[in-house]
Design a protein around this ligand. Structure first.
Ligand SMILES: Cc1ncc(COP(=O)(O)O)c(C=O)c1O
Length: 386
């Protein structure tokens, strides 16, 4: 039904991914496959709703309507089989804001916060900038897939106030299973560790996998979990900044809200609210088709690496539109790999090293883009004198 092959010219739109290439890569012409937004058109049911709202030319203060909450609650039930009540839902502009607010709300200077690298790098900053202590529970890479080191987690949990999890996990494309989430949850319950579950990629699940919100697994887990959800990745509206933080435990919720209130971060904006509501009301088919298309992009990468570039391999894709590519068999340093990608291939990827321990030797490629772009990227990769 939808055309994901369509090329949208994003240059000159103040796009971080496209218009900051010179600053980031030193080359304004690299094919940008780094920042995690997509090059697909935001679906028409979203743009239409925003345009309709814009036509009413008074953009005054607005609030989240009951309709908005009902739409979100229905989405969470329909897509993730999770029953959420309106009172549990709190606004945050972005998810990074929410993660940082949670660190402030639930820990003090010097307290231990667990992270599981390689992971979305602003988690490290949330800990560092607030002078908390990073406890590293590095993921294990075995047979082209990542696993949680539960033995190490059980040790680290003894010294921790909280854990920041990425579920599904950016950048390694894991969609955590019920068993893994229950084991992680058990350790957190036992050690009274609060779980901040960043589920911004929850809707970006490849066919054959199922996202499970950790808070949906038991009442006990719901009581210690702060779940961060947003339509931003799912519907390519990351520039609108409207997220929903779901906290069942009223005491935890109050502490979180107080941090945001201290900066008066209490209002969304009307276009973001309108877009989110339209997305959650009408987005099922679009997101299903989009992830089937993205699966085609991942398949293309895997096939191409096997036949044309056998020294490259991909962590098994389960979720997100982010391909985590292992370059270690090239035997080159991270610096050299990046230089060859930029200078020889003309490709702008995210270096694995920014995602912390375990990122060395890897590069992250964003395949949330038309198939022809992925093909072009592969040709560029092949043109390098590896
Ligand atoms: C795991 C994860 N969390 C949060 C974000 C960004 O969230 P926001 O832009 O809403 O702050 C990203 C974007 O790449 C992400 O991958």
């Amino acid at each position: 039904m939808f055309d994901f092959d369509k090329i949208i010219d994003r240059e000159g739109t103040d796009s971080v991914k496209w218009d900051l290439r010179k600053n980031v890569f030193g080359n304004a012409n690299v094919l940008p496959m780094w920042v995690a937004d997509m090059d697909f058109e935001t679906p028409e049911f979203v743009t239409k709703a925003v345009i309709e709202r814009a036509k009413h030319a008074v953009y005054g203060y607005s609030f989240f309507s009951d309709r908005y909450f009902e739409t979100l609650i229905a989405w969470l039930k329909r897509r993730h089989n999770w029953e959420v009540e309106k009172d549990w839902i709190v606004f945050s502009p972005g998810i990074v804001t929410a993660v940082k607010a949670a660190v402030l709300a639930y820990s003090a200077e010097g307290d231990g916060v667990i992270v599981q690298p390689p992971v979305y790098f602003p988690f490290f900053d949330a800990i560092k900038i607030n002078k908390r202590k990073q406890l590293t529970n590095q993921l294990l890479y075995l047979d082209q897939t990542y696993k949680i080191d539960f033995e190490d987690l059980a040790k680290k949990a003894k010294q921790a106030k909280m854990i920041l999890i990425s579920s599904p996990h950016n950048p390694v494309s894991r969609c955590w299973t019920k068993e893994e989430l229950l084991l992680l949850g058990e350790i957190c319950i036992k050690n009274e560790v609060i779980i901040i579950s960043d589920e911004i990629h929850a809707d970006l699940i490849l066919p054959g996998y199922k996202h499970i919100p950790i808070a949906s697994l038991s009442d006990e887990l719901a009581e210690i979990t702060v779940t961060c959800m947003a339509p931003s990745k799912t519907f390519n509206v990351a520039g609108l900044f409207n997220s929903s933080i779901i906290i069942k435990n009223s005491k935890l919720r109050e502490r979180f809200v107080n941090v945001l209130k201290s900066l008066h971060l209490v209002h969304s904006n009307i276009f973001a609210m309108t877009a989110s509501e339209a997305a959650y009301a009408e987005g099922d088919q679009w997101v299903d088709e989009m992830m089937t298309y993205v699966k085609g992009n991942f398949d293309l990468l895997e096939r191409y690496f096997k036949t044309e570039l056998p020294f490259l391999s991909l962590a098994k894709p389960e979720a997100t539109y982010l391909a985590w590519i292992d370059f270690s068999k090239t035997g080159l340093s991270n610096k050299k790999i990046r230089k060859m990608l930029v200078d020889e291939a003309g490709l702008g990827l995210s270096p694995g090293t920014v995602f912390g321990e375990g990122g060395s030797g890897f590069m992250r490629m964003n395949v949330g883009c038309p198939r022809s772009v992925v093909k072009e990227a592969l040709e560029k990769l092949s043109s390098v004198s590896w």
